[in-house]
Design a protein around this ligand. Structure first.
Ligand SMILES: [Zn+2]
Length: 431
């Protein structure tokens, strides 16, 4: 007897993976379209165009769109408006809510490109251009993860929201921080956040180190350069301070190590970098003979979660004071520029579990947990919005961020989109 066998039931997860694969060309085209809008920061160009491109795509995915301008922020100007876009899933009170966020500002292209940084070129399985890795491909992955759930006919119990925001490269104050301060991103309604920054298809980034940026100003006394003994050189005093960093503080920092899996490995130790030195007369043009009465060092101190910030600050103040005390007449002042506290998602977070399961399902190998040496918008999700279950997971090689010929593998982009779709389903649940 011959029975017509029923069609094999395709697993929901397999339907989702197939929908992402079927959208491969659309995902690539959408990424390339974003790259063609030169959203260079500084100054923050073409933000409205890019926000609207993403907004139209989010609308087609069925999300409710809102454009949020950073009213009240000084960098939000008529020439360079700061325009963010938010797409919201349906309101489902009492159900979990996930937020996917990517920044669409990119750093200036710089020198050394062999392809047009804003052409959105696709060649040999890679997308090229400024933002290909950091992080327009990440925005495309977030958008098409949700679109694939829709196309696969999956009803969600909770909801997924997506935002595309500005100014991450300059601190995110008119971007994610603004949305958090306005309550648009908030732990009142959202439990989980994923930022698809470029850590690659198998790495989940738990958080980042802290930053303490400050200027140290050496105050000398101006005099004729031919009678330098009548003045006090601020540049020489700064030299003594730099030497104290080199022989005292920097070796001391190298003895500390974080338990966070920060990559690359040497970044598990705290660090200190002198970002700039300015002193005496401007280098260009004619100079007249003078003892420099002012020298400024801009210092970038990266600290690990094991170092409380107050100790980091006191350690610098103590060292500056001791160099001052070595020589009467030597005087420094410190002016702080920025403090970013370290952040990391709680250990045992369901967010990390969901992404790990999804990486295993898509790539057939476990996810690697890492942490970032530099900061990104996770600090605002944690500190302002109160969403501690926040990680970074997205396509693109981190090493190509901000480099010439920045690119992203199309296969990695598709795999990452699949992982985000499965993780979203696990986090907010099927209806
Ligand atoms: Zn980025």
């Amino acid at each position: 007897m011959n029975h017509a066998s029923p069609p094999p039931r395709i697993r929901r997860e397999d339907r989702i993976l197939a929908e992402v694969e079927a959208a491969r060309d659309e995902i690539v085209a959408f990424t390339a379209d974003m790259i063609r809008i030169p959203t260079v920061n500084p100054p923050g160009a073409c933000y409205r165009d890019c926000a609207e491109l993403v907004g139209r795509r989010l609308q087609a995915t069925g999300l409710a769109i809102e454009y949020v301008e950073a009213d009240g922020r000084p960098e939000h100007t008529a020439e360079y408006p700061r325009v963010n876009v938010v797409g919201r899933g349906p309101a489902v009170p009492g159900r979990p809510r996930l937020h996917l966020n990517g920044h669409f500002d990119v750093v200036p292209p710089g020198e050394g490109w062999t392809v047009d940084p804003f052409a959105g070129l696709v060649r040999d399985g890679r997308i090229y251009g400024r933002g290909a890795s950091d992080m327009k491909s990440g925005i495309a992955a977030a958008v098409f993860a949700v679109e694939a759930l829709r196309r696969a006919g999956v009803e969600l119990a909770g909801a997924v929201d997506i935002s595309a925001t500005v100014d991450e490269e300059s601190g995110g104050f008119a971007g994610v921080a603004h949305l958090c301060e306005a309550g648009i991103i908030s732990s009142d309604h959202t439990q989980y956040a994923i930022i698809p920054e470029p850590f690659g298809p198998t790495r989940v980034c738990l958080g980042h180190r802290g930053v303490y940026w400050f200027d140290i100003i050496a105050h000398g006394r101006v005099a004729h350069g031919s009678m330098s003994h009548l003045g006090r050189s601020a540049i020489e005093d700064m030299g003594a301070l730099l030497e104290a960093f080199r022989t005292g503080l920097i070796p001391e920092l190298a003895t500390r190590i974080s338990a966070l899996p920060i990559v690359p490995e040497p970044s598990r130790r705290p660090s200190l970098n002198v970002n700039a030195i300015t002193g005496g007369q401007a280098g260009e043009g004619t100079q007249s003979p003078c003892v420099a009465d002012r020298c400024v060092a801009t210092v970038d101190r990266r600290f690990i979660p094991e170092e409380p910030f107050e100790k980091v600050r006191a350690e610098i103040a103590r060292l500056v004071k001791s160099v001052e005390d070595d020589d009467p007449g030597r005087r420094f002042t410190i002016e702080e520029r920025m403090v970013v506290h370290p952040t990391s998602t709680p250990c045992g977070s369901p967010l990390v579990a969901a992404l790990s399961h999804a990486v295993e399902a898509v790539r057939g190998r476990p996810a690697t947990l890492v942490a970032s040496p530099g900061t990104y918008d996770q600090k605002h999700f944690d500190r302002i919005a109160g969403i501690e279950h926040c990680v970074a997971y997205g396509p693109g090689p981190l090493e190509e961020a901000h480099q010439p010929d920045e690119s992203c593998s199309v296969d990695d982009l598709v795999a990452t989109t699949q992982v985000l779709a499965l993780a979203a389903l696990e986090l907010v649940g099927p209806a």
